[in-house]
Design a protein around this ligand. Structure first.
Ligand SMILES: C[S@@+](CC[C@H](N)C(=O)[O-])C[C@H]1O[C@@H](n2cnc3c(N)ncnc32)[C@H](O)[C@@H]1O
Length: 230
């Protein structure tokens, strides 16, 4: 497997609007477990998000853009509750199938909207912080620019986009590790395609431009941080 270049032409099964709805539902539900294992939000919360939330000095409003089944909000809400931080969480995803799963999560202090970034902007929405998980690598170049620009316009303080960092080791470990969790889902095929579509630090930095700082906060992870401009 050649992972020296991004395979930007690969399509993920879950991005097909006609994909098997049962498998998609099972995939979205199982993201909860898989994201906890691979997405590094525990580390990103500890080294970056927590200080941004405390720095506000008041209850925060945080948007998860492309929130899928809502599991990242569920995880982060548990961390902020543990630390006594008050956060009003909003998840937004334009896919009604994802919205349906997220709407059933019942995380205290959270709301899920079936909308994309542009719709939220048109509604005049604004948040202290905007985050995303595993969205950037799905997007075509023009979509990436539009999505990241919209995310800044929706945030008054900062934006954190968390995604996979492509490497041969990430691919090999995921290929083995996902086997016990993948039955009845798109997790194996789409996870491996996601790794092949994902960026390395310099690539994402070049794609996003000077306003963004791209770092590698944890194993196999990329974090793009930009200033809000709502
Ligand atoms: C791989 S899923 C990630 C879901 C979730 N963040 C997670 O990590 O489990 C990517 C999600 O991004 C959403 N998405 C794509 N373009 C978007 C946009 N412009 N605004 C908001 N969400 C978007 C898709 O509908 C999809 O649910």
């Amino acid at each position: 497997m050649d992972l020296s270049k991004r395979d930007e032409h690969l399509r993920e099964l879950m991005d097909d609007p006609d994909c098997d709805p049962q498998r998609l539902h099972a995939t979205l539900r199982r993201f909860g477990l898989v994201n906890k294992m691979v997405s590094g939000w525990g580390t990103i919360y500890r080294i970056r998000l927590k200080e941004l939330l405390i720095g506000l000095g008041r209850p925060a409003r945080v948007l998860d853009l492309g929130s899928g089944g809502g599991d990242v909000i569920a995880h982060l809400a548990a961390l902020t509750r543990r630390d006594g931080l008050q956060v009003e969480w909003t998840g937004a995803d334009p896919d009604p199938r994802a919205h349906d799963v997220a709407s059933r999560t019942h995380v205290p202090g959270s709301t899920f909207l079936c909308a994309d970034a542009d719709e939220l902007l048109a509604q005049g929405q604004a948040f202290d912080l905007v985050i995303s998980n595993h969205v950037l690598h799905h997007l075509e170049p023009e979509e990436l620019t539009r999505f990241t620009e919209a995310s800044r316009q929706l945030a008054t303080t900062a934006v954190l986009h968390n995604d996979i960092r492509r490497s041969r080791l990430a691919y090999s470990l995921y290929n083995v590790g996902i086997a016990p969790l993948a039955a009845g889902t798109f997790l194996r095929v789409d996870g491996l395609r996601s790794i092949r579509r994902s960026y390395q630090v310099a690539e994402l930095s070049a794609a996003l431009g000077d306003d963004w700082t791209v770092s590698a906060p944890a194993a196999f992870r990329l974090l793009a941080q930009g200033p809000g401009r709502a």
